[in-house]
Design a protein around this ligand. Structure first.
Ligand code: CDP
Ligand code: MG
Length: 738
């Protein structure tokens, strides 16, 4: 590795030091300017700050008055503030200086690891350099994977703009359920999951001349799998160029994995970032965010703010509170533009975060950890970091999967802080204590492959003919139990036979970009003759965003509207009902508005549904409607989700049948008020308790019908010691059940 590094030595302008030394120099800079939290030096970056939680508004008013008197000097010069033309921007990116060397290195080596600070221009520029250098002249494309949908879409849009072409023509993107490419596409951005699936139709990536596995440091499940797949392909396709691009840190590890491939380092620019901690832990970090934003706005020189929150819901809450306070402050504060960014944000809204901030105004971007490395927003000077992110977790012992909010790792927190120092010296406000940083945060985020259900990945790998998964070339192998569990689950679903080979059903399941359970449900709808309803339900379940809109000031109305959709049987039928009624209005926006339904989510459900119907036709499934047969619909759901069964136990709690875990019905469920004895659930979410979300009532005997190999009659006996709680007994009695 070292030799090859030296091959790319670059003369650093500032220090006249070779590339790798400069890197060391930068690391020192970083550690002195940004990253020293140790007790050795106490300087400004160690400061703790108090959030003014009482009398905030008064305080802010006072500060803003003080601010206008003193006229704070803007940190960005006039020149920096001026909107740069595209060309100027391109030339200003750190990667620009290395354009020729980089292209040469790619010509010289089949596999190259590229390492460079976030925002150095790797994602947007390198594919363009390769295009200019003729890598697409033979009619083959340049592919570039992104771990996140939003990044794939927004980067493609940016590059199309830079190249003055229409998005979807020469430059396009492809994400799950949405393909925005054409015959003419030569630069194609896609999610890592999409490329993983592309292997099914094009196992040798024949139409690509270059494949860039970008944001490799994110170590998503699909990216990790792609490492193994592309490494294998590179062996027999010597004309394919392979680039592994990563923000920081892991370059050596990637190099070692790819048979000591050379590393090309793009020296970054980074300005010092002062870090501030709270003196005491924050009870309500959303509120603390709002207060911090307003404090910065009122007291600090101009420069945009980036806030890291965990998801859409949190972002929307924060946005509402902030907007409300800003309104109340009126003209006493400067203009504050509030812009959200999360994965389900429609693309026109996404584009807004990249527009330059008007003079004398400040932009605050409320983002998920998508803005940690995937997206670079210019002119961020202030970062507010509550220190949390949403994480998928899978317990291989219980087979339970849940999405939980967890503290970020130190590496993540430092990446986030670094976002403040890209254009000038910045400040990062951590809404946790210095002690917590030192003692409570893990050093690094565990790669997804070690904490996720592998069902889907194993199914795709099997469909690719990779049978021996234990010996698959993993960068970091998944836990053995997780792999075994995935195999067991696929076997139980009927996707694998007892030799571990893909069955006909498994092959059909692999055609769908869905979790195996959902794929199985969709295919089972053939037998129960309700594929029309089931595909609607599958589409509605695949929409990540909320379906029901619940504004804070209209909670009662919104809840009434929601209850109007309730149907006996459970939430899946409610989802179906919403979609059905919406489609009966010819997909009206007005109808959504009147019924407190999120139009955006519905539109997405419609797109997903269309895609799924297309795939169903490809595997020759008939689309049959059977809306009145609630039992058939619920049996079909159970045929896919028989792993997710819970039985009523004491005190309104449920126990999962296989692992005896205590879970509860989510308060938003239509079954919340009259708890059925047996339920099938779509997913578990952990907030204060382990909640089942999207729940349907079933009869235990159906399990013997849909999964006879998985359930024994004895397990399903309604044993008399499972007493119904009194109050529920009463309700049931009133209903005349006893
Ligand atoms: O990939 P890397 O983090 O190295 O940088 P990049 O994503 O290529 O970003 C380079 C520049 O393009 C940044 O200055 C971004 O602000 C800009 N960009 C943009 O204006 N719009 C996008 N959708 C993406 C990037
Ligand atoms: Mg990038």
């Amino acid at each position: 590795v070292k030799d090859s590094v030296e091959q790319y030595e670059e003369v650093d302008e500032r220090e006249n030091k070779p590339n790798y030394e400069q890197r060391k120099w930068e690391e020192e800079q970083m550690s002195s300017a940004v990253f020293h939290f140790g007790a050795k030096k106490k300087d400004k970056s160690q400061e703790e700050y108090d959030l003014v939680l009482d009398n905030q508004i008064e305080f802010i008013q006072a500060m803003s008055l003080a601010g206008t008197k003193e006229k704070p000097e803007p940190q960005l010069t006039e020149k920096e503030r001026k909107r740069l033309t595209i060309e100027e921007t391109q030339k200003s990116l750190p990667v620009y200086k290395f354009k020729n060397e980089l292209v040469q290195a790619i010509k010289d080596h089949q596999v190259l690891i590229i390492e460079g600070e976030t925002g150095s221009g790797k994602t947007t520029q390198i594919p363009q350099y390769l295009y200019q250098a003729g890598f697409t002249d033979d009619g083959k494309k340049i592919g570039c994977t992104q771990p996140r949908r939003v990044a794939a879409m927004s980067v493609a849009a940016r590059v199309a703009e830079e190249m003055s072409v229409k998005l979807g023509n020469e430059v396009g993107y492809s994400i799950r359920f949405e393909d925005c490419t054409s015959e003419r596409t030569i630069i194609k951005y896609m999610t890592d999951g999409t490329l993983h699936r592309e292997f099914l139709s094009e196992p040798d990536l024949q139409t690509y001349s270059v494949m860039i596995i970008d944001e490799a440091h994110e170590r998503t499940l699909h990216t990790d799998i792609l490492f193994g797949l592309v490494k294998d392909i590179a062996r027999f396709r010597s004309d394919l160029k392979l680039l592994i691009s990563s923000a920081t840190l892991d370059a050596e590890k990637f190099s070692a994995f790819f048979d000591d491939a050379p590393i090309f380092r793009i020296p970054g620019r980074r300005f010092p970032v002062d870090i501030y901690y709270t003196k005491a832990p924050e009870a309500d970090y959303i509120d603390a965010c709002v207060v911090s934003i307003l404090q910065i706005h009122a007291t600090q020189p101009l420069g945009d703010i980036l806030v890291f929150l965990t998801g859409q819901e949190e972002i929307e809450t924060c946005q509402e509170i902030l907007q409300d306070r800003v309104r109340r402050l009126g003209s006493r504060i400067k203009e504050l533009l509030i812009l959200p960014v999360y994965s389900n944000l429609p693309s026109d809204m996404q584009a807004k975060i990249f527009q330059p901030t008007p003079p004398n105004a400040r932009k605050v971007v409320l983002a998920t950890n998508i803005a940690e490395t995937s997206l670079t927003i210019d002119n961020i000077i202030y970062v507010i970091d509550p220190g949390f992110c949403k994480q998928n977790n899978f317990n291989s012992r219980t087979g339970m999967e849940s999405l939980i909010v967890v503290p970020v790792s130190k590496a993540s927190a430092n990446q986030r802080a670094g976002r403040a120092g890209r254009v000038a010296a910045g400040k990062c406000f951590r809404l946790f204590t210095a002690w917590a940083y030192k003692h409570e945060l893990e050093d690094n985020t565990v790669p997804e492959i070690q904490r996720m259900n592998l069902g889907n990945v194993v199914l795709t790998l099997k469909a690719l003919g990779i049978n021996d998964l234990i010996n698959f070339d993993f960068l970091d192998p998944p836990p053995h139990e997780t792999l075994v569990l995935a195999l067991e689950q696929l076997y139980a679903l009927g996707a694998l036979n007892h030799h571990g080979e893909l069955t006909k059903l498994g092959r059909r399941m692999a055609e769908f970009p869905l979790d195996p359970m959902m794929g199985k449900m969709l295919l089972a709808s053939e037998k129960y003759k309700c594929s029309e309803e089931i595909v609607t339900i599958a589409a509605m379940l695949s929409v990540n965003g909320a379906i029901f809109y619940r504004p804070k000031d209209k909670v009662v109305h919104a809840d009434t509207a929601r209850k109007n959709f309730f149907l006996p049987g459970g939430d899946h039928l409610v989802l179906w009902n919403v979609y059905k009624q919406w489609s009966d209005t010819d997909f009206s926006t007005q109808w959504c508005y009147e019924n407190y339904i999120q139009y955006r989510s519905m539109k997405r459900a419609r797109d997903v549904r269309e895609q799924l119907v297309g795939l169903m036709q490809r595997v020759e499934m008939d689309i049959i409607s059977n809306p009145t047969d609630s039992i058939a619909i619920r049996k079909t759901i159970t045929a896919g989700y028989f792993y997710h069964i819970a039985r009523l136990s004491k005190g309104g709690h449920y126990k999962t049948v296989k692992h005896n875990q205590t879970v509860m019905i989510h308060p938003n469920s239509c079954l919340f008020e009259d708890l059925p004895r047996w339920v099938v659930y779509h997913e578990l979410v952990f907030t204060t308790k382990e909640f089942m979300r999207q729940v349907a009532e079933i009869e235990s005997k159906w399990l013997l019908e849909v999964a006879p190999h998985y359930y024994k009659p004895r397990e399903l006996e309604d044993s008399t010691n499972t007493k119904m709680p009194k109050v529920l007994g009463k309700t049931r009695a009133q209903l005349g059940e006893h």
